[in-house]
Design a protein around this ligand. Structure first.
Ligand code: ATP
Ligand code: MG
Length: 752
């Protein structure tokens, strides 16, 4: 076969092993995704498998689209018919057909994180719990963790270990919130993201006929980025493949970076015991990067204890050394990156899209953006506050959602009095309570408003119901675009925005038009056979963060490392390599956490094809304060033979960097324990156990920048020494306790 020539021996072996379980465990850039692509082409082209019978699960929808595109190139249009997408989008499609078996309608709503948070907030309020303890995000992450391990609320409430854990976290009522949360979702005809997988598991467990149907349909199942699947996902895949056993999973344990969302490397190990006649293929040759980059990445990951044995190598040229660049501040770091991109682009005739800037957290993008803008470098941010999270877009989407599913409480709350129609909070509350107390659907209350409300509120509510009914009739007869256009106009949304003549108002108006354009595009696209509003809404709800950016022409890509998985760029900047930022302050509670951070660093460095830059700043604004930073420990772990300390290193004197001067807090010394801005939220930092050789040092010569150990607070860095009267004081930032100011005549410190 001509196309098989593009593969090396083990890759070819994996492609040609079509029947029976197969696991490809391979290093970064070794062609895992390429093997999957060729394997699908091979199944269709050489083995005559019907494309409809092949299911591939990818990390983003964009990755799926790209794979389809490549397969099309290899074998032609037939490729279009394979099933390909993320776990969530694939099984949402299946649930859309099967939901009635679970007591949902096909038009169930998919709640996004905002909807879920809002619902949790409501429940916390109803239970009269303290919302400072029961923060929606924290509660949701516990609920989500349970769902990903397939623990229902019933099981959650009964489990003594979970109970103990919630109590230790000072959140004993999470189980009750979980219960109400699920009941309310169900009543609203809504599922959250985790439910899509949880309910698929329930569906397959309780309806063997349905399971059997899909087992027969998907004769071949493939999973990319297998190291980041959670238990819920793993079980779905396993069940689907149980009959034909033609399952192929592809992953790299060294790139597992979603443990915080319940992903489990253990799945790789389980896989071997679940399939005794499993064939395992290792790919170790990296085709993506220069040798210096591969060796640098290898030296990083070698520091992790927990990993499978493999050796990644490359036949590529050595290439440039990895550039290490120091900046005096975060703004200076931005300038350094922007000027380097500008020069490299011009000198090497590269496109903007050949460059990527990767950071640990989204908030780092600001300084970088400013610098890029100043240099007139076009950029796009993947996964930032996206189009679909803007208020005006959410408003219109809520109208559309409510049109399709009039039990959707979160959508209802958004639109019942927007644009204003004289239905105040009290009336809204009354409507919700009426539905709840009478145990009738929300819609029934709305269409009989005069029974539950009086006066103007009753009339307005009736009008609202009539309006929605007219939208619903439109939705039944017309396609998504025609319906949405009508909704935008007749709901009064467009008018409201049109009348706002400020620049922001204009932008919002244009955004709504842009959404209508997107719906038109969806309807016009031949690949979308179902053009109904319901189908469109589902499609949108399932876009992952990475998919949401509209493809811009030629732009520098900026994103978090988490979002960069599987991608490659000629030149990559990994920025903010500072202690407490990367590795993150929040991820240093245990060895496992630190290893996950290190894997994240490995993922970041292995995105680069030709040139890798690592940058750090000596000071950075975080939490509204100017902090002194130390270079990341990860920098010390890189094989120095691959590194070059860049001559660009900034020499600007510290303090004179920003022009703004130090924050006021930085200037006023005070004694005592400061607020702990750096402490991991929601948990109490553990009191440190002193090293065995702990002995207090003489602190007479203690200096700014010294690393110290404190018997209780652990390790930290001296930020400042001050003398006030007879007292010498040191401000020290401790890794787990934040900043404290200690009197040196009392403090027991070991200087490291
Ligand atoms: P990651 O771990 O980052 O997901 P991966 O293992 O999936 O990486 P791919 O993205 O499939 O790796 O491949 C990395 C690069 O190497 C791609 O540009 C791919 O086209 C190229 N490549 C892979 N195998 C070969 C080969 N046999 N010949 C030429 N190029 C190859
Ligand atoms: Mg890949």
């Amino acid at each position: 076969m001509e196309y098989l020539k593009g593969l090396n021996a083990p890759q070819k072996e994996a492609v040609e092993h079509t029947d029976g379980p197969l696991m490809i465990i391979a290093g970064a850039g070794s062609g895992k995704t390429r093997v999957l692509t060729y394997r699908i082409a091979h199944l269709i082209y050489s083995k005559g498998v019907d494309p409809f019978q092949i299911l591939s699960l990818t990390f983003t929808n964009k990755a799926a689209a790209e794979m389809k595109h490549r397969i099309e190139k290899l074998i032609g249009l037939e490729a279009r018919n394979t099933w390909m997408g993320t776990f969530h989008s694939t099984f949402a499609k299946i649930l859309r057909v099967e939901a009635p078996k679970l007591g949902y309608t096909s038009n169930f709503t998919i709640y996004d994180t905002d909807d879920s948070k809002s619902l949790v907030r409501t429940i916390v309020k109803e239970l009269r719990l303290d919302d400072k303890v029961y923060k929606p995000a924290a509660v949701l992450s516990r609920i989500s963790g349970a769902k990903n391990r397939l623990i229902s609320w019933e099981a959650y409430l009964e489990d003594p270990y979970i109970k103990a854990d919630d109590e230790a976290a000072m959140k004993p009522r999470v189980g009750d919130i979980y219960k109400m949360y699920q009941q309310r979702l169900f009543r609203s005809g809504a599922m959250d993201f985790d439910d899509l997988l949880f309910n698929t598991n329930v569906l397959f467990r309780d309806h063997p006929d349905v399971l059997n149907k899909y087992q027969q349909r998907f004769r071949y199942v493939m999973v990319d980025e297998f190291q980041d699947t959670n238990l819920s996902q793993y079980l779905i895949t396993k069940k689907l493949a149980a009959v034909h056993q033609n399952i192929c999973v592809v992953g790299d344990d060294a790139q597992s970076i979603y443990a915080f969302r319940g992903a489990d490397i253990q799945n790789i190990l389980n896989f071997e015991s679940d399939y005794p006649d499993l064939k395992v293929v290792k790919l170790e040759q990296n085709y993506r990067s220069t040798r210096h980059i591969v060796e640098a990445a290898n030296s990083i990951i070698a520091k992790n204890k927990r990993q499978l044995d493999k050796h990644v190598w490359t036949a590529n040229d050595k290439g440039d050394l990895v550039a290490l660049m120091k900046a005096s501040s975060d703004n200076e770091e931005g300038r350094l990156v922007a000027t380097t991109i500008f020069e490299e682009r011009n000198n090497k005739k590269l496109a903007n899209s050949d460059f990527a800037i990767l950071y640990r957290t989204n908030s780092q993008s600001r300084a970088l953006e400013e610098a890029l803008r100043k240099m007139n470098l076009p950029y796009k941010i993947v996964g930032g506050l996206s189009f679909y999270q803007r208020k005006e877009i959410k408003d219109l989407m809520a109208y559309l959602r409510f049109t399709v599913n009039s039990e959707d409480e979160e959508a209802f709350k958004r639109i019942i009095n927007f644009p204003k129609r004289g239905i105040g909070d009290t009336s809204v509350e009354k409507i919700m309570v009426a539905a709840y107390e009478h145990d009738i659907p929300l819609w029934e209350v709305l269409s009989n408003a005069s029974h539950f409300l009086s006066g103007r509120a009753a009339n307005s509510t009736s009008d609202f119901a009539t309006l929605i009914k007219s939208f619903r009739i439109e939705a039944e007869r017309k396609d998504a675009y025609e319906t949405a256009k009508k909704v935008a106009q007749q709901s009064g949304l467009l008018k409201e925005l049109y009348e706002d003549k400020t620049i922001e108002g204009l932008n919002r108006y244009e955004n709504v038009q842009e959404l209508l354009n997107a719906i038109k595009e969806y309807v016009d696209n031949e690949e979308n056979t179902d053009k109904s509003l319901g189908a469109f809404l589902q499609e949108i709800a399932l876009l992952t963060d990475n998919d949401r950016d509209k493809d811009q022409s030629d732009a520098v890509t900026m994103m978090t490392i988490h979002a960069s998985k599987g991608l490659e760029f000629k030149q990559v900047f990994v920025v903010g390599l500072e202690e407490d930022l990367f590795p993150s302050q929040m991820m240093m509670q245990s060895r496992e956490d630190l290893e996950e951070e290190r894997r994240l660093f490995y993922v970041a460095t292995t995105r680069a094809m030709e040139k890798l830059y690592l940058t750090y700043a000596l000071t950075r604004y975080r939490y509204g304060r100017l902090l002194q930073c130390e270079p990341s420990r990860f920098l010390d772990e890189i094989d120095p033979n691959c590194l070059q300390v860049s001559k660009r290193a900034s020499t600007a004197p510290m303090g004179a960097l920003r022009g703004e001067g130090l924050g006021s807090e930085g200037q006023n010394g005070y004694v005592g324990i400061k607020k702990k801005p750096l402490q991991r939220s929601g948990t109490t930092a553990k009191i440190h156990t002193p090293s065995p050789d702990f002995k207090p040092s003489n602190t007479q010569n203690l200096q700014e920048g010294d690393r110290v150990e404190h018997p209780k607070f652990g390790f930290g860095t001296v930020q400042k020494i001050e003398v006030e009267g007879l007292n010498r004081k040191a401000s020290i930032t401790f890794e787990n306790f934040g900043e404290k100011t200690l009197l040196l005549s009392f403090a027991k410190l070991r200087i490291l």
